[in-house]
Ligand binder design. Structure first.
Ligand code: SAH
Length: 279
């Protein structure tokens, strides 16, 4: 496990924010009114109380996280800021973990919900391919967070499909979305999750304007390339130990161009049995 979707320090895009920026952001977060102390924690140490504070969901803290990502330079557009403010990350992070810190968190089954800066990076890369009415595929949907963001962006006339090969995660992601701002979109069918091997894509709603892969593939799976619409974009981590976040653009004539956006570290896109082997 521990194969977290964390950015490599070698990527200039992901340099840590300055100490001043971090202090400002921390100050902002801490300035949020503290929730009443739960009775069972009254006699606990300040550390336990702070852990509880960070673990509690609140839209104010979610907004503060987005503000932090703006200062960090990862959230660069209003469109991405708006969707990340609308979908509260706390609904997608298992209880007991801190949803608003910029790191991946375990969601079980050797999987993680990616770090907020990776979600923001992928949303920024794909935002022009997530216009109302467009089709988006999220391979390795895990917690369902990004699928929910995609659904909000493409709206009721579009399609957002999440593919995940662990059935329990599909159940969990469905429950997460039911409590989120994207619930109505799942009810009306424009957002759906399916248990399947994501390496095969999901032909039913193809071709896709946007394809996101949330796990690292040794090479780009051909079915995903085939299901990408001419004029569409795919964002996929490629590699095993050393991985690059690749951006693949398919032009109108069907030819493709590939560029590396950043060095990253994701869980592998693999078979279910290989993933669960050492769990
Ligand atoms: N974007 C997700 C990332 C989850 S981690 C989030 O932020 O929540 C990557 C996910 O890919 C895991 O849930 C893992 O179970 C899934 N995965 C790995 N290989 C897969 C495959 N072949 N088919 C479908 N899902 C896969």
């Amino acid at each position: 496990m521990s194969l977290a979707a964390a950015a490599s320090p070698s990527s200039s895009r992901f340099l840590l924010p300055s100490t001043a920026a971090r202090r400002r952001s921390l100050h902002h977060l801490l300035a949020a009114p503290a929730p009443p102390r739960p009775p069972q924690l009254r006699r606990c140490s300040p550390y336990h109380w702070m852990a509880q504070f960070w673990a509690e969901g609140s839209l104010e803290k979610n907004n503060a996280l987005v503000e932090y990502l703006k200062q960090y330079g990862v959230v660069r557009t209003d469109k991405v800021a708006e969707v990340m403010e609308t979908i509260d990350r706390a609904l997608f992070v298992p209880e007991g973990f801190t949803p608003y810190t910029d790191s991946p968190m375990p969601i079980g089954y050797n999987a993680t919900i990616s770090a907020p800066h990776m979600h923001a990076t992928c949303l920024e890369l794909l935002k022009d391919y997530l216009q109302p009415g467009m089709h988006a595929l999220d391979v390795g949907s895990g917690s369902g967070y990004l699928t929910a963001c995609f659904a909000m962006m493409v709206g009721p006339e579009g399609r957002a499909v999440g593919i995940e090969h662990i059935p329990e995660l599909v159940v969990a992601s469905t429950e997460n979305v039911e409590r989120s701002a994207a619930a109505a979109l799942m009810k009306d069918g424009s957002l759906s999750f399916h248990v399947s091997d994501g390496r095969l894509g999901w032909p039913d709603a193809a071709p896709y304007d946007a394809i996101h892969v949330g796990a690292a593939a040794p090479e780009i799976p051909r079915p995903l390339l085939e299901q990408l619409k001419p004029g569409g974009r795919m964002v996929i981590p490629v590699g095993t130990y050393s991985q690059d976040l690749q951006v693949i653009d398919k032009s109108a004539d069907g030819s493709t161009s590939v560029r590396n956006d950043a060095s990253v570290r994701y869980v592998p896109l693999t078979s279910r049995s290989a993933q669960l082997q050492d769990s």
